[in-house]
Design a protein around this ligand. Sequence first.
Ligand SMILES: [Fe+2]
Length: 494
Amino acid sequence: MADVEVYGKMLSTLPDDDDHPYRSGAWRPQNVEYDADDLRVEGELPADLYGVYLRNTENPLHPAIVRYHPFDGDGMIHKVSFRDGKVSYRNRFVRTDGLLAEQEAGRSLWAGLAENPNASARADGWGARGRMKDAASTDVIVHAGVAVASFYQCGDLYRLDPLTLDDLGKCSWGGSFPGDRGVSAHTKVDDHTGELLFFNYSTTAPYLHYGVVDAGDHLVHYVPVDLPGPRLPHDMAFTEHYAILNDMPLFWEPDLIARGLYAARYHPELPSRLGVIPRRGGTGDIRWFEFDPTYVLHWTNAWEEGDEVVVDGFFQGCPEPSAAGPGGPDGRMWRFLAQDAMQTRLHRWRMNLVTGATSEQDLSEACTEFGTINSGFGGRPYRYTYAATNEPGWFLFNGLVKHDTLTGREESYQFEPGVFCSEVGVAPRVGGTGEDDAYLVTLTVDMNRDLSECVVFRAGDVGRGPIARAQLPERIASGSHSCWAPGDSLRGWA
Ligand SMILES: [Fe+2]
């Protein structure tokens, strides 16, 4: 295997004058890995902010075979740690099998999301549709003290040291990792039990699996879930006793799949279905509940309330954007990335496990998505979610909204034009007990000053804006998901 880096610089074959909308501007990829200790901080750095913020971003190293989609870019994890009044930063590519193979070849070997899999130079690959590169670029969480990067189309789970971002290899789960199907992004960690809940999906039956990994990182549960056909679940939810899976009426057309084409189509004549399964339940234990048709990219939380299971997430008023609009087919592809085009709004679904009754309601009229919570309240009753507003037409976040789901009150912060943030991490204040006795941590892409900062908000006073900021060594690319992990949850922190 050839070296993948030279003097710390990842070799890129992208042209310098790239004008692809998601490989330039606020999405300009990085290819340098930095170690920066003791960043200079402006403002009041809280002494009780103690842990790491991890962020996954897409940074392609090679031109696409045909057409680039931002979800194809190689995963790069950014880490900002807060400890003893100091802020340090590192970024590292995830050393995926696909990245290493393409670095050796010096070009892309796999067709991306916007391309026909037959365009791939390799017959093998990853992903629910097959012949894709697992870029490990979608999500990052911490489980069993280690950072874990994942890919939305299913693939391996890549482990990184949460402090150094050193490559720790793939999850094996005691030798039981379901390598034939892989695992989807949006694995869920229950802080109360240390368990990791996950799912995968496929175009061949069984179309969905659900599983549990224990706090010791061993697979302890894995069951097929019956679905009427291939589906495209992106996220799942959990409560203290149940996992919640979904069957949404936006999916690859089965007759097109048979011809090797993968086109997501919305079927408003079909209901949305949520499946509630005991966390260690079998295939026959799942109960399905029907709701208004929509598609949900992200759930914020779920919990049990009497006989009911309640789930919050982001309802889409327009899951399949119109073909008409600026930019032709590419423009439509980008509208699938823009939450204003999808008309996303915070929504609540209720399921009565005794009577079978359901109800649902919008919790907000605001167009927000990518809501994060204080993870100590995951799977339990909660009140607050911190979501993002988007730059119209773009997968870029230009502001934050704190949703109070109890009162409906919303508190917002808007970044100045040309400044974009990442999905926020919710960092409970050390010694704090209240749900919003916490800080919000995010990374900016500041196009006005050509730099990136890590900025910190008080969760109890979002409207005030950042209370502290630390400049990163280079302007980063925008990207997808992130997480906060308290110091004492991390291997090697003590
Ligand atoms: Fe996601």
